[in-house]
Write a protein of this length. Structure first.
Length: 128
């Protein structure tokens, strides 16, 4: 039996495993690697704080993820397929590592975040 997501260390593990998959993914990896050119040493702690805030309502996250993704969308249109793949990888990673109420909640919140993000930035219906 897997444990539930209980603390920031669990979130770190989830995010670290997830972003290994993202970087290697044929559908969305190039966005992170080539378009956004993510500085992982800088970005990853921000993402830890974001998910800590989302799941536990704690943590120092105080940025605007919509604005950040809007700017990325201007560089390279983000499509419904991109969001779908991001969500699939996220859900798959949660399911591989955890089970329980917080695991269920974080998957639901990821679904909501992907939906809202796509609506707010205008993700198109198919891959370009």
């Amino acid at each position: 039996m897997k444990k539930d997501i209980e603390n920031k260390d669990d979130l770190r593990m989830l995010i670290d495993v997830f972003y290994v998959k993202v970087r290697a993914n044929g559908v969305i990896g190039y966005i992170f690697n080539d378009i956004a050119r993510v500085d992982w040493a800088h970005h990853t702690p921000i993402i830890y704080d974001f998910w800590e805030s989302v799941l536990f309502h704690t943590g120092p996250y105080a940025r605007n993820p919509i604005a950040i993704h809007k700017a990325l969308n201007e560089k390279h249109p983000l499509t419904a397929d991109h969001f779908k793949e991001w969500l699939r990888l996220f859900t798959e990673t949660v399911d591989e590592l955890f089970e329980g109420l917080n695991a269920k909640i974080i998957k639901q919140r990821a679904q909501s975040i992907a939906t809202v993000m796509q609506l707010k930035i205008g993700g198109t219906s198919r891959t370009s």
